[in-house]
Design a protein around this ligand. Sequence first.
Ligand code: AMP
Length: 396
Amino acid sequence: MKTIDQISFAGKKALVRVDFNVPLDKDYNITDDNRMTAALPTINKILKDGGAVILMSHLGRPKGGPEDKFSLKHLVPHLSDLLGQQVEFADDCIGPEAVEKAGALQSGEVLLLENLRFYKEEEKGDVGFAEKLSKLGDIYVNDAFGTAHRAHASTAVIAQFFPNAKYFGYLMAAELANAEKVLNGAVRPFTAIMGGAKVSDKIELIERLLDKVDSLIIGGGMAYTFAKAQGGKIGKSLVEEDKLGLALELIDKAKSKGVNLLLPTDSIVADNFSNDANTGIAQNNAIEDGWMGLDIGPDSIAEFSKVVEGSKTILWNGPMGVFEMEKFEKGTKAIADAVVKATENGAFSLIGGGDSAAAVAKFNLTDDVSYVSTGGGALLEYMEGKELPGVKAIND
Ligand code: AMP
C-alpha cells in the first residue's frame, strides 16, 4: 500500500483530499469534529517532515455554486485550534486566489481551500477541473475515506496528474486495514450485526457476509420484512413488500451455509412514530394492527448480547431501533454495551460509519470499541467487494 510513510515531504507542497464534511449547527458551530481529528495525523506528519499542506474537501450538498452556509471558512478557527497554528483560507478552490495562496505557502504552513462542491465539475469528475486542482501541489494525498466510493474530480480523477507522487494518508490506510482485517482475517467466532431501516440497502453486504460469518444478527426496521416473510403479523411496522421473497432466500442461504441467523423474537412496539407514543412489548410475529415495532425487545436483547459477547470479531452496521428517541434506544445501547464487553475480552470490533457511529457516540462508547469507521457508504461498498474509485486511483 502506497502510504505517506514511504516519503518525506520536506520542501514539498502536499495537496491533501480530506473529508471535512462535518455537521454544523445554525451558528456554524461544529457539532462533531471526528472527521477533522481523524485527519490530523496525516497533516502533522507532512508538517513535521517540513512540508506545506493544502487541504481540499467538500461540505454539505451545495447546489453547484457558492453558498455561505456550506463555506469551509466556518472550519478555520477550529482547525487552527486543533493544529495549534493559524490556518490560511482561500475563498475559491481554483482560480487566481487559490493559485496565489498555494504558491506563497511556506514549509510548515496550512492552507484550506473553499468547498470543492461549489463547482459541479467536482461531482462530475471533470478532468479539466481536476487538472486545475492538481497544479496547486507537488504530491497528492487522499485521506478522505468517507468519499472514496465516489469517482469525483478530487477523490479519483486528480490522481492521474500525480503518476509518481500519489499516496494514501494515515486515515485511509487505517480504514482499509481494519476493513481487511474483518473481511479476510477475522478471528472466529465472527459475528455481523446488521440493522437500520431498510434491508434493500444492505442486501449485497448481507449476502457476502453469509460466506464469512459464524453468526448474523438482524435487527432494526429491516427485521420486520423478515418477520412478515415468515408469515408473522407486524402491524404497521416498517416493511419492504417487494423484498419478502428475498428475505426468505436469505434465511435459506444462511441455513445452507451453516450461519447462525438471529432475528428478533420480540419488539418494543408503539402506537405512533414518536417519543410520546404509548408503548408495549410484543412478539415479533404478533404485532397488533395500529402498532409498530421501533426497537428490539428484552428477549432479543438477551439472546443477541450472548452471541455478541462470545465473539472474537464483530462488524456492526445499523442501529437495532430508533435510537434517536429515548424510548427506543435500549436495544441499540444494549448491543453497544455487548460489543464493548467483547472488545474488553479481546475481540476486534469494527463499527460502520453513519448511524452506527452516531449511536456509539451518543452512548459515549466510541473509545471503547476497536475502530469506528468514518465511512458509511464507502465502508459498505468496500465490504461488498466493490473496488472504491478513490482507492483504485492511488493503486493504479
Ligand atoms: P440506515 O440508514 O438504514 O442504517 O437506518 C438508520 C435508521 O433506521 C435510524 O435513523 C433509525 O432510527 C432507523 N430505524 C431503526 N429501527 C427502526 C424501526 N424499527 N423502525 C423504523 N426505523 C428504524
